[in-house]
Design a protein around this ligand. Structure first.
Ligand SMILES: [Zn+2]
Length: 220
């Protein structure tokens, strides 16, 4: 999980919420285009277009493919009445809005209404990145003794297919050539690139997994 730093909420969202009057209250149910699209875009922008939980790249274009991504409420609640349902600080962009038949859900779609203030790991935490490590076979592991990280992996199906395969492909593609690690100088360049955004603001898909595995391949 990569740490997310929140930006200010979009002006258009603030203005829309300020339209509240006696006859009309803003709510999740009437939160629609164009404000919803703008908020979704802003979330993807602040996340370098990576899913808040698994870190895979989400398509970022003008329309935002709703099947690929959704606005995730970190603290879930009754969407029509809970004030957090329109709290930008509680929003992230997660991959996967609709799963394919027979394939288990993951990330926000698997998390659903689960939230435990002790156990659910937030991508906003300062040290979130040290709570997980990854291996070259595509698995994600909780840091030793970290119950919250272990529970979050389990509840969000982060260590199941299809994520294992997608992560393995990303890690192998970035750091290995036919099972052999790339030369150390190249891996060091990949590690630097994995920290940076490209000119369009995107981060590398599964950047955190690539960094975690890459660091084990270079002498410290
Ligand atoms: Zn995801």
């Amino acid at each position: 999980m990569k740490r997310i730093r929140k930006n200010a909420q979009p002006e258009a969202f603030l203005r829309w919420k300020a339209l509240a009057n006696e006859d009309w209250k803003p709510s999740w149910d009437n939160f629609q285009k164009p404000q919803k699209t703008e908020v979704h875009q802003a979330l993807l922008q602040e996340q370098g277009s990576l899913c808040c939980y698994c870190g895979q790249l989400i398509a970022m274009d003008r329309t935002v493919d709703a099947r690929e991504s959704h606005i995730e409420h970190f603290v879930p609640g009754e969407k029509s009445t809970d004030p957090r349902s329109l709290d930008y600080e509680n929003f992230h962009a997660s991959c996967l809005k609709q799963g394919e038949r027979g394939v288990p859900l993951h990330c926000g779609a698997a998390k659903g209404g689960w939230f435990d203030s002790e156990l659910t790991v937030s991508p906003l935490e300062d040290h979130v990145e040290s709570r997980f490590r990854y291996d070259a076979r595509g698995h994600i592991h909780a840091a030793s003794g970290d119950r919250g990280a272990a529970e979050t992996i389990s509840r969000l199906n982060l260590d199941r297919e299809p994520l294992i395969g997608l992560r393995r492909n990303a890690v192998e593609g970035a750091l290995f050539n036919e099972q052999e690690p790339l030369p150390i100088e190249v891996i060091q360049l990949v590690l630097e690139a994995a920290k940076k955004r490209q000119s369009d603001g995107r981060l590398m898909s599964f950047a955190q997994a690539i960094e975690s595995v890459g660091r084990t391949l270079v002498p410290s």
